[in-house]
Design a binder for this molecule. Structure first.
Ligand code: PLP
Length: 215
């Protein structure tokens, strides 16, 4: 078993209850990037089914032989030359953030006849070093994904600035989602997932609090 997993699940349940949200309304995405298998195995054995990875190649190496019955999410930047593999391998891609990628994903989805669920990443703190579409361009981009490329945008994802109160950033992402008719919000990590749940997160991406500090 994994005491860390039990602890995170309990904290998610408590945060749902505090926010007056139904039990089970928040999905835990276990972020397994760079973790050794002996840290991942107990979490897998305890029944965790949803995992997040940052890199296509690393994810395929780690998960190909354990793929059955799991939901794998890409939460790191996607280069267009990896789009084919990503469409083939992931159930959810959370980092759609530019037109060129939308076009290539649409082509691959057409070609293979299988579509991963898609989230648009928003650079909610407008930080130059972070990926994501700028908040004031999000409406236009979501519309382009839908109308030009025929993609279904299921959710929005963000990573707020690490040194500030994240609550206003999470709230801003929720506002963008609401006015664009987008249902899902991927926000909150090890240090702030309870705050994200209070602001409406439907999934939280938790790595180090679950598996230990990354090497
Ligand atoms: C690594 C990563 C996480 C997990 O971060 P922790 O602080 O270890 O929980 C979540 N989201 C993204 C996009 C990441 O790259």
């Amino acid at each position: 078993m994994s005491p860390a997993l039990a602890d995170i699940r309990a904290r998610i349940a408590a945060a749902e209850a505090r926010a007056g949200r139904p039990a089970g309304s928040v999905t835990l995405v276990a972020v397994s990037k760079t973790q050794p298998w002996d840290h991942i195995a107990p979490v897998l054995e305890a029944g965790q089914k949803v995992f997040g990875e940052n890199r296509v190649q690393e994810a395929m190496e780690r998960w190909t032989e354990h793929r059955e019955g799991l939901q794998l999410r890409l939460i790191g930047p996607l280069q267009t030359n990896k789009a084919r593999e990503a469409v083939g391998f992931f159930d959810v891609i959370e980092t759609l953030d530019r037109e060129k990628l939308a076009r290539v994903l649409a082509e691959e989805i057409q070609r293979v006849g299988k579509a991963p669920r898609l989230y648009v990443q928003v650079n909610i703190g407008e930080e130059p070093q972070k990926a994501g579409v700028a908040p004031d361009r999000a409406d236009t981009f979501i519309d382009a994904c839908r109308t030009i490329y025929g993609l279904t945008v299921e959710g929005l994802m963000c990573i707020p600035p690490f040194d500030q109160d994240p609550a206003p950033y999470f709230a801003r992402l929720a506002t963008i989602a609401e006015r664009n008719g987008v249902d899902k919000l991927s926000m909150g990590m090890s240090d702030d997932f309870e705050i994200a749940i209070a602001q409406g997160a439907t999934s939280v991406r938790v790595g180090s609090a679950l598996f230990g500090v990354r090497r």
